[in-house]
Design a protein around this ligand. Structure first.
Ligand SMILES: Cc1ncc(COP(=O)(O)O)c(C=O)c1O
Length: 406
């Protein structure tokens, strides 16, 4: 039984009380916690090899560079990229998408081109496209969703066929609904019409196996802090043919081949996109996080999370005044909740008084929340280090909350 595990014991943060109650952490979709091994790896870097990368001949700098660059190999293995050079280190998923919009977009978009953005995108895969669209005179079309919380596939195909579409901004798994989209088919359809796909993997990379060869997406982005790693570090995967066509995003040291006062030439990817001193400790820590997750195995993680989802869902469905938003055919362990007559913020605050951490609000997905005409939701997001006891405590706290607000 996948639910009897001891992974929660690896996370120091979980061994504490909040407001006099054992911490019930149900907000891993916002940021997952870090296991001891990751914290220790980051400590070790600071204690023994806190040196700059890619520039020193001395031993400490070499050690830091080797450890930092090892993370690129681990990411390549995690997502099945064809080459390690297709992995760009960024400051997070948001930074990754901005990089694509501002560099690929700068070269390949022109007036009148269409960009399709689904109604369930996170703001990170909306706003950068609006910015470049404004600059270039492109048009943006919304790909609508259905009440079930799925992308309307007929509308998607219609929009692809009607317009000279250049880019599809597509979320792999929704942070607000949990929906896992049929991205493989959607990517093929986009390619058939000559469009590229910016796949937002912030909520897929942490939860199940993703394979760039199989998905064939053009770009894929995610953040370390949602995969048991530190904040301030993220990944952009891009097909080499695209990366080579892109100018640098930011300029500075390390990304150049030669600099004269009048002009410069640039390194090949990935260094072309990585100017200045990066978040070295975070990068090395993320390597340890990938090791930790791959040791457990993405399939084991997916299966624990699926069992937790089924358990939480069936318990929540029995509660009065409680609605789970959306009923997609495939979903990660994310459950958006609406409590009749209770503002999400009030319920979130009440749960916090019981030691339960959930996120409330629009989850950086305002178009989606507006579609459902809600003031926001209370989002329960479960991950592999959650337990049935977490669900027990969550349900009891909601029951108390329903009573309190009645
Ligand atoms: C689906 C999705 N995309 C993008 C992001 C942005 O990630 P970050 O804030 O780490 O850049 C998030 C973060 O919540 C997300 O859930």
């Amino acid at each position: 039984m996948a639910l009897t595990h001891a992974y929660h014991l690896d996370f120091p943060e979980l061994q504490q009380e909040i407001n006099g109650y054992p911490l019930t952490y149900l907000d891993s979709a916002a940021s997952s916690l870090m296991p001891e091994s990751v914290i220790e790896t980051i400590n070790q870097y600071h204690r023994t090899a806190h040196a700059n990368v890619h520039r020193g001949v001395h031993t400490l700098s070499q050690t830091a560079t080797d450890d930092y660059e090892l993370t690129r190999d681990r990411v390549q293995a995690l997502i099945g990229a064809a080459q390690r050079e297709e992995i760009i280190f960024t400051y997070g998923a948001t930074d990754s998408i901005n990089l694509v919009a501002q560099t690929w977009g700068k070269v390949h978009l022109s007036k009148g081109d269409a960009i399709l953005i689904t109604e369930m995108e996170h703001h990170a895969n909306i706003v950068p496209w609006q910015q470049i669209a404004q600059e270039k005179g492109c048009v943006i079309h919304k790909v609508p969703i259905t009440q079930k919380g799925e992308i309307d596939q007929d509308a998607y195909q219609r929009l692809l066929a009607q317009e000279p579409v250049k880019v599809v901004a597509l979320i792999h798994a929704s942070n607000a609904l949990g929906t896992v989209n049929p991205v493989k088919e959607m990517i093929t359809q986009a390619h058939d019409q000559g469009a590229i796909v910016m796949l937002d993997g912030a909520q897929s990379a942490p939860h199940f196996t993703v394979d760039m060869q199989d998905l064939d997406c053009d770009f894929y982005s995610f953040s370390a802090h949602k995969l048991c790693g530190p904040t301030g570090f993220g990944i952009l995967y891009g097909k080499m043919e695209h990366l080579e066509s892109m100018p640098p995003f930011r300029g500075g040291g390390s990304m150049i081949e030669h600099v004269a006062i009048e002009s410069s030439t640039y390194q090949r990817p990935p260094l072309r996109f990585e100017p200045g001193t990066p978040a070295i400790a975070a990068g090395i820590g993320f390597g340890a996080a990938i090791d930790y997750m791959m040791d457990i195995g993405m399939e084991t993680i997916a299966s624990i999370e699926h069992e937790l989802l089924i358990e939480a869902q069936s318990r929540l469905e029995k509660l009065p005044k409680t609605t789970i938003i959306g009923s997609p055919s495939e979903r990660i362990a994310v459950l958006p909740l609406h409590f009749e007559g209770i503002h999400p913020y009030d319920m979130g605050m009440f749960l916090d008084r019981r030691g339960v951490a959930v996120r409330t609000g629009h989850h950086c997905a305002q178009p989606l929340i507006e579609y459902y005409q809600l003031p926001g939701t209370v989002r329960c997001s479960l991950t592999f280090y959650n337990t049935v006891e977490d669900i027990d405590r969550f349900i009891s706290a909601i029951e108390e909350g329903l009573e309190f607000f009645s």
